[in-house]
Design a binder for this molecule. Structure first.
Ligand code: NAI
Length: 205
């Protein structure tokens, strides 16, 4: 569904008012039947003879994803990964606002990175709560990851995007998404070895 949303946003950007399952399918390498089936899982979109109204479908999908508003997110770890995330300015357009950045390194605390002031860890709870951050992005070394995850949860975040190569132990009420380039590369290597070289769905950055 993220790929559909991205394609529809790009069509909206080109000024296209309507689209249809064939056009969407061609853009995404799917059959039009698959497109209809996928979209039907989420509601009744589109009209016979008209197709899908692009802007309407974009806003419906954003509502479904919960990205029609702005999600506040904090980053812990202002190293390579943290900086890369901070420099990804399209995040805001996609509904995510970097509310604050934290690190434990005294040499980084107080510095500005890409417009973000790096704050000490003891301010995590107060600032995350004040800015209503519901997402924490965890970009610290593996050996600190669990402690930082606990601190994020204590600070009120409801979901963690975890870049550290560890399995976090958290309560069921907290959502975790792990990001691991090596897993994506293994998937890619596997697809290549299977001969599936035509369409490899890695997210565009
Ligand atoms: P880095 O060493 O450049 O940055 C880590 C930052 O975390 C440093 O600024 C450090 O001061 C800070 N930090 C350490 N302990 C902390 C704590 N307890 N509280 C707050 N801040 C703390 O590391 P890099 O390259 O940014 O990697 C970050 C994590 O991402 C690592 O766990 C690494 O293994 C992982 N990684 C994940 C990738 C992926 O595909 N998901 C790819 C590359 C790295």
């Amino acid at each position: 569904m993220s790929l559909y949303l991205r394609e529809l946003e790009s069509e909206a950007g080109e000024g296209r008012e309507t689209t249809n399952s064939r056009q969407l399918g061609e853009a995404l390498g799917l059959t039009d039947a698959q497109v209809r089936k996928d979209l039907a899982c989420f509601g009744q979109f589109g009209q016979p003879g008209v197709g899908y109204r692009v802007k309407e479908l974009v806003s419906e999908l954003r509502k479904i994803f919960g990205t029609d508003g702005l999600w506040g997110a904090v980053i812990v770890g202002a190293g390579n990964i943290g900086r890369a995330v901070m420099s990804y300015h399209r995040l805001r357009r996609r509904g995510f606002d970097i509310a604050a950045v934290f690190d434990s390194d005294p040499a980084l605390i107080g510095t500005e990175i890409d417009g973000h002031h790096v704050r000490p860890m003891h301010e995590l709870t107060e600032i995350s709560r004040a800015r209503q951050a519901r997402i924490g992005m965890l970009a610290v070394p593996a050996d600190s990851a669990q402690n930082v995850a606990d601190a994020l949860i204590a600070a009120g975040v409801q979901g963690i995007l975890n870049f550290a190569p560890v399995r976090l132990r958290v309560d069921d009420s907290v959502a975790i998404v792990n990001v691991d380039l090596s897993i994506s590369l293994e998937q890619l290597a596997f697809k290549i070895s299977l001969g599936h070289t035509a369409q490899v769905e890695l997210p565009e950055t």
